[in-house]
Write a protein that binds this ligand. Structure first.
Ligand SMILES: Cc1cc2nc3c(=O)[nH]c(=O)nc-3n(C[C@H](O)[C@H](O)[C@H](O)COP(=O)(O)OP(=O)(O)OC[C@H]3O[C@@H](n4cnc5c(N)ncnc54)[C@H](O)[C@@H]3O)c2cc1C
Length: 313
């Protein structure tokens, strides 16, 4: 182990963390101990790290702010590559921005607005990194980030940086190729629309943030929407939150894993919830909704196994 740590520290100086408590570090405050979390501080470090991990045949997993992830109670034995604030530069070039994957999404949305551009308002309240957002093709109010993406730079397992066009990213509703392929996003080029009045964009962002603050639980740890919207179910019965609420699940709990009383598609950790509790809660709600409506709800939240595989929860 000591030899591995000194190799990783040479590749990513100042970016290696041992025995990280996922129950403290992760957004949901759930999970065991991660043996090793490594945060590269540049594209070169990321490339060298990936090439090393591949040569040594080590398991690895990539994370951002963990705002869409549930970690196993057993913790994480794979090397966790974290793309965060050490890789968070952004450059403005007319109506385009080139941003590192680790930039905090609300901060990126503000930079878009400050550049006199519109189109990033819908992401201003999403608490993740740009890399995670692109991987999830996240967004709100019927929008998704993929429509603004021109190209993505990602590092493959051998440490080679590839550039993918928007088409090659395979964006669909809360989907992209980054969920299936072993690629770590390092930066992206995005285009937005020029606008005369920055004030209009600022006002829209404030209104959206106010709306989100009223609708979503803010104080208790959560991972945003647990289930994706199912178009057939939406047409017949409405969005997941409304269906779950109508079935009386608000406040339903397994241990400290609880269906939020504020928004039924948000499940909160009321103290010491375990991943097993959260997974059981997700399964019970999904099965009850299926029994009642005949529609399956796919989880948006992703589960990270002890070995570092990521699967839909
Ligand atoms: C309160 C709250 C509100 C939310 N609201 C919304 C919303 O309105 N709309 C929405 O779409 N989502 C929402 N989310 C979910 C979440 O914030 C987004 O999916 C977010 O963009 C994920 O970013 P992250 O950095 O946290 O990624 P993580 O959760 O760390 O990872 C998510 C996925 O992305 C992958 N990934 C992360 N970084 C990279 C990278 N650099 N390269 C390749 N793959 C990577 C991970 O492997 C994982 O599969 C919300 C979450 C919370 C907690």
């Amino acid at each position: 182990m000591e030899e591995l740590i000194s190799s990783l520290s040479r590749l990513c100086p100042g970016g290696v963390h041992r025995n990280v408590s996922l129950a403290q570090f992760s957004r949901w405050k759930i999970g065991g101990i991660a043996d090793l979390v490594v945060e590269p501080g540049s594209l070169e470090e990321l490339s060298a790290l990936r090439a090393f991990i591949s040569r040594e045949g080590l398991a690895n997993v990539v994370i951002g702010e963990t705002s869409n992830l549930l970690f196993a109670d057993e913790g994480l034995r794979a090397i966790c590559i974290r793309i965060g604030s050490r890789l968070a530069n952004v450059q403005v070039d007319g109506d385009e921005l080139v941003a590192d994957a680790g930039i905090w999404v609300p901060c990126f949305a503000r930079r878009v607005m400050q550049a006199g551009l519109t189109g990033a308002e819908h992401i201003c309240g999403i608490p993740g990194t740009l890399g995670g957002l692109i991987c999830m093709n996240g967004g709100s109010q019927g929008n998704n980030i993929g429509t603004a993406v021109l190209a993505v730079t990602a590092v493959n397992k051998d440490g080679v940086a590839l550039t993918l066009s928007q088409k090659e990213c395979g964006f669909a509703y809360r989907r992209s190729v980054f969920q299936e392929q072993d690629l770590v996003i390092s930066k992206a080029r995005l285009r937005f629309l020029q606008i005369e009045e920055k004030r209009v964009v600022r006002r829209q962002m404030s209104a959206l943030l106010h709306d989100r603050n009223c609708k979503f639980p803010r104080k208790k740890p959560n991972c945003g929407s647990v289930f994706k919207s199912n178009p057939a179910m939406y047409a017949e019965f409405g969005p997941p939150g409304a269906v779950i609420e109508r079935m009386g699940f608000k406040g339903y709990r397994i241990g400290d894993a609880v269906v939020s009383t504020q928004h039924a598609n948000f499940f909160v950790n009321e103290g010491s919830a375990r991943a097993a509790d959260m997974l059981r809660l997700i399964r019970e709600v999904r099965e009850a909704v299926y029994a009642e409506s005949g529609h399956q709800m796919e989880a948006e939240v992703r589960f990270v196994t002890q070995e570092g595989s990521i699967v839909s929860a």
